[in-house]
Design a protein around this ligand. Structure first.
Ligand code: AMP
Ligand code: GLY
Length: 424
């Protein structure tokens, strides 16, 4: 098969690597890709939002299957464009990707179908939001409705902060049109876990659990980022929690989408909070997480192409998803200054040290080739170093060892990825 992957981050590198392990994959393309993805796929210089160009490319090359990694094209309707041209594609259609694309939609869905989540109200009038806040309990959480690169969520401790937050989101439009509508929700306490799953419209099969580290600095200090590292599985996601989530969250979400005429095919990423009252949904994403894909896919034993095909054809019930017992830890190597401002174009040394090392992976997040073919940094998050181990402690030790194998000026990373497992 000829396979096209759309995206350019560490997640897409992990997907491309996993697809490259499949005997079904004869030729892999990635648009636009990056310097690491180029090792397993032919990179094509078309942006992820250029739907028509991508579809023309897929036709011209007789691509058998396209896998969409990123949220923006999914929410923008790339799957509908491909399907309209008779192209086979993996990911939710626009009317289903709204599960991630609109927080107001997902909250209303959960309310209607009694899926556990934080209590909330939605607003499109900033005056009404301000009135509501004057009688609310603090802390409280403000969320811009649409996609905002994971940054449209404000946790406000006081009324003053919250009023400032309404101004930032709805009046100053810091997150653009995502701020036309806003969700205000109850602040939940507990441990956060992520669960990724494959969905074929009716059947849902969960992959492994993972735990993200969103803040930029050690000890969960600093600004929120796209994710500075994570580990899988998480010991806090117990059998009991899993049973509850299957019954009250996972299948009900898939059934709710089908009942609404928004059949979901693709990957659902459940962001969960394990609160004292039980697991509740923080958010849904309509795709693999990044860096979650970088710990979950190296643990997956199945042929990913087979699983993806089964999702498209609605026969996921016939697939037995299998994961290695090994644990995985991913440490993101960023450019110092991320997520605010940082240098790009710095040479990366030592990538060859990963060659031939079983159980060690270096996924490229933001890299590109320089004029002489050298690999340069090209983003805030530069690399994801993943290692497997017989348990989380060993995986963490291995990952931090491998972090020293690569280097670039201003290399920055958190030293405490996976430390929470010591409390388990
Ligand atoms: P979201 O994009 O909705 O997942 O929000 C980003 C982050 O904000 C989450 O990963 C949580 O750490 C935090 N957060 C979101 N909603 C809540 C909530 N209701 N209570 C506490 N923390 C929250
Ligand atoms: N790591 C969180 C996300 O991909 O949204």
């Amino acid at each position: 098969m000829k396979i096209l992957i759309v995206g350019s981050g560490g997640r897409e590198h992990a997907i491309a690597w996993k697809v490259s392990q499949s005997p079904l994959a004869e030729k892999i393309y990635c648009a636009p890709g990056n310097a690491g993805i180029a090792e397993v796929a032919e990179c094509v210089d078309i942006g992820a939002m250029e739907f028509d160009k991508l579809a023309s490319f897929a036709k011209e090359k007789a691509i058998d299957l396209t896998i969409i990694g990123m949220d923006d094209p999914l929410v923008g309707g790339i799957v509908d464009v491909f399907e309209a041209q008779g192209l086979r594609v993996f990911g939710p259609r626009k009317n289903a990707a709204i599960l991630e694309g609109s927080k107001a939609f997902s909250k209303d869905l959960m309310k209607k179908y009694h899926i556990p989540t934080a209590a909330y109200e939605t607003f499109d009038d900033p005056r009404k939001a301000e009135e509501y806040l004057k009688t609310a309990k603090f802390p409280i959480v403000l969320k811009a409705d649409g996609l905002a690169l994971g940054k449209g969520v404000l946790i406000c401790n006081t009324l003053e902060e919250a009023l400032e937050g309404v101004k930032t989101i709805m009046l100053d439009k810091k997150f653009g049109s995502a701020g036309n509508h806003m969700v205000i929700e109850e602040f939940m306490t507990g441990r956060e876990v992520s669960v990724l799953s494959f969905v074929d419209g009716k059947t849902i099969k969960t992959m492994a659990s993972a735990q993200d580290h969103k803040r930029a600095k050690d000890g969960d200090q600093g600004l929120n980022t796209g994710g500075m590292g994570n580990f899988s599985p998480t010991p806090f996601y117990t059998k009991e929690v899993d049973d509850f989530c299957r019954k009250y969250i996972f299948q009900p979400t898939v059934d709710a989408m089908a009942a609404e005429g928004r059949e979901f095919k693709g990957v659902i990423f459940f962001g969960l909070m394990l609160t004292p009252e039980g697991p509740k949904v923080l958010e849904y994403n309509a795709r693999f997480g990044d860096p979650e894909a970088q710990v979950v896919l190296p643990r997956m034993e199945n042929d990913m192409v087979e699983v993806v095909e089964a999702c498209i054809d609605g026969r996921l019930d016939q697939i037995d998803l299998k994961f290695k017992e090994d644990a995985a830890v991913c440490v993101v190597l960023a450019s110092d200054g991320y997520p605010v401002s940082y240098e790009k174009g710095l040479p990366i040394r030592g990538l060859e040290n990963f060659k031939g090392k079983d159980g060690y992976y270096v996924f490229h997040a933001g890299t590109k080739f320089g004029p002489e073919g050298q690999v340069l940094t090209n983003g805030g998050r530069v690399l994801g170093v993943t290692a497997l181990g017989k348990d989380l402690k060993e995986a963490r030790k291995n990952a931090y060892e491998a972090v020293d194998w690569v280097d670039f000026d201003n290399k920055y990373y958190r030293h405490d990825i996976g430390k929470a497992i010591d409390e388990a």
